[in-house]
Design a protein around this ligand. Structure first.
Ligand SMILES: Nc1ncnc2c1ncn2[C@@H]1O[C@H](COP(=O)(O)OP(=O)(O)OP(=O)(O)O)[C@@H](O)[C@H]1O
Ligand SMILES: [Mg+2]
Length: 350
């Protein structure tokens, strides 16, 4: 049995609304796993988190945590009895309490001495041991967020839920916090669900990613698998950039005939489906002197680590392809390029 088990969870905020905020979501999470919920605005990420935390009651389905049913039909364990820690987007620190008192706040059942000891312990863990006597407004955004994490970790919860924990931070700090938060969660062996709509966050912090759209789970996979083998067009486009194209499956079940020619798949298709769609990642197209595919460069966008080319395949009236080329290569719009496609970055998509 998994550590956290969501079974067919549905949430209808209003009985007469037709579209549920969350629709039949099932999810199994193992102890110590870090999971990201990723998806566009309004797809039901926060609602899912709130149901796990106990702030919302599912309309249907059951939730079990650590072998205990915490939500089933009308029966629900109160949020404070679930032993779940929560970190909100705005950190929700009490401005009139010192950092240490903020951290001690969640420990009201503990003896005062134990409370102080534990607060020191977790503040040390998040690298803020000497900040205990300050007030929240005397800390930077990243420091406040670490306090919020320390407060959530203090009661030694079974599970930590974080809703958009990095969204208030600027790019540089965001990257550092991704690293810090993951390290702290790993060090303490904490099971965590992190809600984000930023795929970089999801890729960097999680063991597995759950992509949602309109209340439904689209795919659950490791970051690498999600990137290499997106299940459908939505996932392929939402998680990174891609070239989608229609084609016909060849008899060998290993190639697809498209407007750019035959493209080799990462693995054999298990069945013969005549009309298919494939996703080709821009990194999967490698410029090469005598590549199999040829085209004319329409635009060049310098991206720092790479340059993005749009390439119109010879004579094609279809959308130009997006290709990432190394920055050291000199390419101008109008250049003729040839390239090969790495099968590992080609996937059949629904
Ligand atoms: N309290 C509520 N009452 C009624 N409808 C709600 C309520 N909270 C959310 N919804 C609706 O449920 C759907 C899912 O909302 P939710 O907040 O879970 O999305 P989200 O994925 O967290 O989006 P975002 O990325 O913008 O935070 C939306 O259509 C939203 O309007
Ligand atoms: Mg939300």
């Amino acid at each position: 049995m998994s550590f956290l088990h969501l079974k067919d969870i549905t949430k209808l905020y209003h009985k007469n609304t037709e579209i549920p905020a969350v629709h039949s979501v099932s999810l199994n999470i193992e102890k110590g796993e870090i999971i990201s919920l990723l998806g566009p605005s309004g797809c039901g990420k926060t609602t899912t988190l709130r149901m796990i935390a106990g702030f919302e009651q599912p309309s249907e389905g059951t939730i079990e945590l650590d072998g205990r049913m915490i939500s089933s039909g009308e029966k629900a364990v109160a949020p404070e009895k679930r032993n779940i820690g929560m970190v909100f987007q705005d950190y929700a620190l009490f401005p009139h309490l010192t950092i240490k008192k903020n951290v001690m706040f969640g420990l009201n059942q503990w003896k005062t001495r134990e409370k102080r000891k534990r607060a020191d312990e977790v503040l040390d863990l998040v690298g803020l041991a000497s900040y205990g006597n300050r007030y929240p407004n005397e800390l930077s955004g990243g420091q406040q967020q670490r306090v919020a994490l320390a407060r959530a970790l203090a009661p030694k919860p079974n599970l930590i839920l974080m809703d958009e924990p990095f969204s208030n931070l600027d790019a540089g700090l965001r990257e550092k916090m991704r690293y810090d938060v993951t390290r702290i969660l790993r060090e303490t062996g904490t099971t965590a669900i992190i809600v984000t709509h930023d795929q970089k966050d999801a890729f960097a912090v999680s063991d597995r990613i759950v992509v949602m759209k309109e209340g439904e789970v689209q795919q659950i996979a490791s970051p690498k698998e999600m990137y290499r083998c997106p299940k459908n067009c939505f996932v392929a486009q939402f998680v990174g950039k891609t070239n989608l194209m229609a084609g016909t499956m060849c008899q060998d079940l290993k190639h697809v005939d498209t407007h750019i020619g035959k493209v080799c798949l990462a693995s054999h298709s298990e069945e013969m489906i005549e009309n298919v769609k494939i996703s080709i990642r821009p990194e999967g197209c490698r410029l090469s002197e005598e590549g199999r595919y040829n085209g004319v460069v329409e635009t060049v966008t310098y991206g720092g680590e790479f340059q993005e080319l749009t390439v119109r395949l010879n004579g094609s009236t279809e959308e130009a392809m997006s290709i990432y080329a190394p920055v050291e290569t000199d390419i101008e719009p109008g250049s003729v390029v040839s390239f090969d496609i790495t099968p590992e970055l080609v996937a059949l998509v629904e």
